[in-house]
Design a protein around this ligand. Sequence first.
Ligand code: NOJ
Ligand code: MG
Length: 553
Amino acid sequence: MTGGRGEAEWWRDAVVYQVYIRSFADGDGDGIGDIEGIASRLPYLSDLGVDAIWVTPWYPSPFADGGYDVADYCDIAPVFGDLARAEALIEEVHGLGMRLIIDLVPNHTSDRHPWFTRALAAGVGSREREWYWFRPGSGPGGDAPPNDWPSVFGGPAWERVAGDGDPTQWFLHLFAPEQPDLNWANPKVAEAFDGVLRFWFDRGVDGFRIDVANAMAKDPALPDLFDRATGDRATRAGDGDDRLADHPYWDRDEIHETFRRWRRIADSYRDRLGGPKMFVAEAWQVRRGGLARYLRADELHNAFNFEFLATAWAPDVMRSVIDRHVSMVAAVGAGPTWVLSNHDTVRVVTRYGRAPGATAGKEPHLDLVVGLRRARAAALLTLALPGSTYLYQGDELGLAEVEDLPDEALQDPIWRRSGRTIRGRDGCRVPLPWSEDGPSLGFGAAEPWLPQPAGWARLAVSAQSNDPGSMLSLYRRAIALRRSHLVGRGHDIVWPETGPGVLAFDRGGSFACVVNFGTDAVALERGAEVLIASGPLDGPNLPTDTAAWLIRP
Ligand code: NOJ
Ligand code: MG
């Protein structure tokens, strides 16, 4: 396996840093992060030692879902900059030896995208409507949605077209109504996206993160999900204990034809550092073992392993999740891919600080000291695993979820669509603290679009940079040690015998990662050198919720 900056197949062992653009750094002083802001912080990312940067959607958008509602795939939202600034950023990133990947949102467009407004205008039965999923309603007068599919953001997945004449149609939106789903069975849609891929590859982008890659294909019969009489999920052929088998929209086999088509386009390019272009899939709902299908040799390169993210802080389940992923991807010749969090999930420190089984916002028992200790150990665990790691901005600062944002500040469509009962994902999207003072802790010259908690000054980059005990220092050192000691060791891991409560694995004989999940300190292997530990050691022992990397002579 190769890895590191400038080498082929760099994505196999990469650390990829996720920039949630609205919240990373604000260069023009409007309170919203932008491309200029990213550019101004590239030295920070280079010092951190990451191989690549993934920037979340930067396209023109009405921002009904933070930019995951794209109104033009081949341009930049004015709030973020313009095409020339984006092209310059790509150059700047490459100049520092890093790669840039961007978000592709192919499952749905914005309802303001010309493809959709054109479809509305062209009317019932038109070819333009075939780009989306327009259907007559059900029930008397067609007043009910065409089927029972729910939107991921709450409520039905169908919206009735206003003023559509008779019969009125409805259109499908698995997410917000402002995000109509494209019809990937229409060859015109596939052709249009070939052009989008080429547009950005031609401009030097090194790859794409594919939004809801697992929802793009639909069963064209659009069958109900639930049995109307019993309320059970309708049973279909092959629907054993796996409720996603033959699901009408999650993880359908038809999608893979599109990925093979995209792979042929990607393989016709080389990136400017000589490596191939790459894709990473976001696919939460897949059948058991299903990620391997996305990673076959002629399909995608990486797919986020969300099972690992969702695993409780417990060694046995973690080990089996790790093992399963490593062997699953190896079977198709792909590399493992680890994620601790992203802009859709609760921040790591908070997640590990909650008592097991807690739900967002409702859990009285939250211990951020425990959460931080575990997040530090998890950072070492993740960075020691073979394969690529995707690091979400702010996790390297140990930021916790902001759970007390004022109601009126919330922008996530989940808040509105749940009737203001589910607060949504804004708590992990609060703009980053860069310095200890100023109106936005160095984020920009104006009040940030979401308020930062008072306590964040002490977590600012400037405060952590020179503190050897900080989370930022831990990440910087671990990423550097990973490059010098781990990249190039291959993807095999070996699990030595350990006592209860301990997770330990070896890579390439001389390297070991040990994590103590138990309540008592455990003895570290004698004679091995401790390369790094996530917290203070207790003499020769590894304390609870602490991880260490060992190198044997
Ligand atoms: C996944 C993205 O990460 C999320 O932020 C977005 O809301 C949905 N896909 C819909 O595009
Ligand atoms: Mg700005």
